[in-house]
Every structure is written in C-alpha cells, then in structure tokens.
Design a protein around this ligand. Structure first.
Ligand code: ADP
Length: 513
C-alpha cells in the first residue's frame, strides 16, 4: 500500500457522515432539553439571568474587568448607540504570590487598586467629581446607580451563578489557589474592596465569556434581528444562546435569585456544551481520541471539547501521525521515501522530536498545513522541520500529513455544526421565519428579516482555513435546515466579548432593576 493510501485509511477513521451529524443533532437537542429541566446533567445549561440581547442602539460609558488567567484587564467602553463603540484598556500581570494568597482579600484589593489606577488615568474627571460629591453627602445618604460606573466582571473560573451579579466560586483553576475564596460570592468580594477605596463603581454583572461573545455580536451585528448564539472555538469550546424563559423549567427549583426581568420572555443560557455526550452515546471515537482522553488530566470529561477545540486537535494529529509511523510497512518519515537519493536529504526524526511529546503539536500547525498551497508543500516540510524536528520530509510525507490534518479539522468543524444546528432547531428558529422578502429569497440574496445571526470567537474558527465552510456544508446536511435554511445562517466573528460584551451585560443588568 502506498503511503498516501495508508494515510487515507487513517484519515477515514475521522469520517463523520451526514447520518452521524443528524444523529448527533438529535442527541444534542435531547441533552439540551434535559439540562433545562434539571441540575447535574451532562450539559449544564446554566441560566445567566441575562434576559435580553442588545440591538446596537445602546449607549453609555461602562467598565469591564476580566480575570482570566495570567492577566487582569480593566477597560472602559463607550457605546455610541449606532453599533459602534470605543474601548480604552489596561492590562497587568497578576503577581504570582497573589494567586496563592492566604486571604481572598489580598487578591481582590489588588484588583480594586487596578480599577482605581485606571479611573485616575483615563476618567479622572468622573473620579474627582465623585469625591467632591461624597464629601458633600450626609452619612446616611447613598449613591444612586446613575452616579456610579456599572461594571461587568468577566471571571473565567467555575462559579455557581445565582443572580446577574452574584456567583459563588466552586474551585480555582489555572494555577490560582486561595482556599479562603471558595464558596464565596466573587462579586461581593470585589465590591467590598472597591468600596474600601471609595470608587464610584458598582459590580453590576458577573459575566461568562461565551455570553459576552453573544452580547458583543448582537450589538455590532448588522441588521436588527438580534443574535441567537455566541460560540467559542478557541482553547476550549462553549456556546450561549437565547432561550425561551418558560423552557428553563429548572429555574423554579433553582436555589438562585428570582429577581430578574421576566418581561422579555427570554433568558440567555450558557450551555457548557464542551461536556456534551460525556457518556459517549453518539460522539465519534478513534483510538487516538481514546488515548488522548485516557492520558488527560480529566478522563471522561469534556468529551465534545476534546474532539473540537484548539487545545486538543494538535494532540489528536500527533497521535495519528505516530500511529502511522509505527505501522510496519508504512513509509511516513522514512528515508527510502525521500525525494532524492542524495544523503543530505535523508529524512530524520530528531530524538527529542515534539512528535514524541504529549501536547507536542499546537493546533496552529494544522492551520499552516491546511493553508499550504506552496509548490511541493515547501511550507509544510519547513514547518515539519522547525516545529517537529522532522528533517528533509518528502512531498509524499507532506501530502500524508495534510490528509490527516484535513480529516481532523473537518471532523471538528462538522461537530461544531452539530452544536450550532441543534441550537437553531431546538429554538424553533427554522419555523418562525416570516414570509420575508420573497424577491430576495428567489434571487438567493440574504433576506435580513429571516437571518439567523451567530457570533463566534476563538483562534480555531478565526484562523483554520475553511472552518466556516465545513460548518456550512454540514448544516446543509441537517434535516430541518437543509440548503435553504443554511442560507439564512449568518456567522460573524465577535471580538472582545470580555470587553464590550461584559459592558453590555452590565447595561442590561442596570436597566432590569
Ligand atoms: P482562548 O480560547 O484561550 O481565549 P484563542 O482563541 O487564541 O484563546 O485560542 C487558543 C487556542 O487556539 C490554542 O489551543 C491554540 O492551539 C489554538 N490556535 C492558535 N493559533 C491557531 C491557528 N492559527 N489556527 C488554529 N488554532 C490556533
């Protein structure tokens, strides 16, 4: 068997047929429904207490902060009310010792100080005016919300959200470890330190980054239909969408707040779809997926994410490539296969090649290979040498690598389409089209009235060539969507969910009161 035939054989293990897609969508909808009804399900379907999405006319000056990992970002966002905004921001590294401080107060007072510095630098007039006003106030008097900056707090750690600005920390991740904060309301912790510095700031909303993506897209998106879904395809994958309030039946048995605006009839739900089908009833599986999971820090968890997102695609490829090189007869990266008999072009794999190291291949490698249109796969071969220590790979080697890359990337995008398609179908979006503009439809033009808008963010969807087209191809194969339905779907990059998205959540939080 030729090398390419062998590569095709391994690539075929990643096939995810139209029938599989449809089976996946049905099960995804079932697990979404289950998550809306009760707690402790595979997909968490977390109510966010955000009950509307913006339409681009929102105005005002808001603050947003983002505590995600290594950095703390503070920004102010001026919403111009015409789908545009201006953003001013600062970023500081979190001192290592604060990540493992004894008391939560040590970290949160550092954060409050950063907000103070930001305000003094960029909004000193507000800052000074506030101090004057405070001096003139009687001790019993309080500031009204109008006198304070409303702040959206993006906090990317597991929290149990119980209100729009209330959520208790479940556990720290990403190198943080402050036992004292676990179980406490992180908004309250921040507010306390803000108040200690007498800053004119109210922590108005606790923000999940996926919800931020949805809000940011809805504000900036052309047209007035409102965005249905925000999806992240970066290190991880997750989605948040607009659900009918009366379908979130577990809210009635939830220990959370009942104090939110019910008049819109909607609530944004954070699906946590990375853990779709952890029970593996419909997800595709290969020996490479199985081994990746078994050797991961969380076996059996985030099974959908492990087949879709940036953190994992490189590792799936590495395992598939290794399997190929280890096949007895296979010629991948073997010198007999080199393009010339010249001794200098003998293919070698460095002993310390990243090919042999867990997580040795970054998903950006897949984008480079997928994009490579250079003569004789020059770029792929150079990258194999630079990133993986595989020297003098042949054209056939590069072709084999590309065959695997394309299969893994395509499966990831088709699985993403399962999530997107399931949200579109379960929310009834395909049925609630108005007649719309018939002439436009007949001309195959976008009919604004019937657009289903989706915001996405993350390096994978942004940089992997053809990711959106693979998604679209799969959407066309879904029963109930088809060619006609797929045309109604508009997918756009939504940048800066933790900035403008968080500001917009602070805004809707304020207007709901
Ligand atoms: P995050 O999701 O952490 O906010 P990103 O959206 O940048 O950040 O996603 C980072 C992930 O995307 C990493 O897993 C990385 O391997 C992957 N990645 C980075 N660059 C690319 C690229 N050019 N093509 C595909 N994946 C990429």
């Amino acid at each position: 068997m030729s090398l390419l035939e062998e590569a095709r054989q391994v690539a075929a293990e990643f096939d995810y047929t139209a029938q599989d897609v449809n089976k996946g969508v049905k099960e995804f909808i079932r697990q979404m429904d289950e998550g809306l009804q009760k707690n402790g399900t595979s997909m968490s379907q977390i109510p966010t207490y955000v009950t509307s999405v913006p339409n681009g006319t929102e105005k005002g000056l808001y603050l947003a902060v983002d505590l995600g990992g290594t950095n703390f970002r503070v920004c102010s966002i001026q919403l111009h009310g015409n789908t545009t905004f201006s953003l001013t921001q600062s970023k500081v590294a979190i001192p290592r010792d604060l990540m493992t401080a004894k008391k939560a107060q040590e970290l949160f007072s550092f954060l409050a100080k950063q907000i103070e510095t930001f305000l003094k630098t960029h909004h000193n007039d507000h800052f000074e005016a506030h101090h004057e006003r405070r001096k003139a106030m009687s001790p019993s008097e309080n500031f009204t919300d109008d006198e304070l900056f409303q702040l959206g707090f993006t906090f990317s750690f597991p929290v149990h959200q119980i209100g729009i600005n209330k959520g208790t920390l479940i556990r720290w991740t990403k190198g943080f470890d402050i036992e004292d904060a676990v179980g406490k309301d992180v908004c309250e912790l921040l507010q306390k330190e803000i108040d200690a510095l007498h800053l004119p700031v109210k922590v108005a909303a606790l923000v999940n980054d996926t919800v931020g993506t949805l809000m940011a897209r809805s504000y900036t998106s052309p047209g007035k239909t409102g965005t249905l879904l925000g999806g992240i395809f970066g290190t991880g994958t997750n989605g948040a969408y607009v659900e009918k309030l009366d379908r979130v039946t577990k809210l009635s048995t939830f220990s959370g707040s009942t104090d939110y605006d019910k008049s819109t009839g909607h609530m944004i739900v954070n699906t946590e779809w990375g853990s779709f089908d952890n029970q593996m009833t419909v997800l595709p599986n290969t020996p490479y997926d199985t081994a990746l999971d078994a050797e991961s820090v969380n076996p059996g968890i985030q099974m959908f994410e492990k087949r879709v997102s940036g953190m994992f695609l490189g590792e799936i490829l590495r395992r598939a490539l290794l399997a190929l090189t280890q096949k007895k007869e296979c010629q991948l990266f073997k010198d007999e296969n080199s393009s010339s008999n010249d001794i200098h072009s003998t293919t070698t794999i460095a002993e310390d090649s990243m090919l042999y190291k867990q997580w040795g291949i970054d998903t950006s490698f897949l984008s480079i290979v997928q994009e490579d249109a250079s003569a004789g796969y020059r770029i792929t071969r150079q990258t194999l040498s630079r990133d993986l220590g595989v020297d003098a790979a042949s054209i056939e080697d590069a072709e084999a690598v590309k065959t695997l890359v394309a299969a893994i990337g395509k499966r990831s995008a088709r699985l993403s389409a399962v999530a997107i398609g399931a949200v579109i179908l379960s929310t009834g979006k395909m049925d609630d089209s108005t007649q719309g503009n018939i002439a436009k439809q007949e001309n195959n033009e976008v009919d604004e009235e019937n657009v289903i808008d989706i915001g996405v963010d993350g390096s994978l969807v942004e940089y992997y060539p053809g990711f959106e087209e693979y998604i679209r191809e799969a959407l066309r194969e879904i029963e109930g969507i088809g060619e006609k339905g797929e045309k109604r779907v508009r997918i756009g990059i939504a940048k800066d969910g933790s900035g403008v998205g968080a500001a917009l959540i602070a805004l809707v939080a304020g207007s709901a009161e």
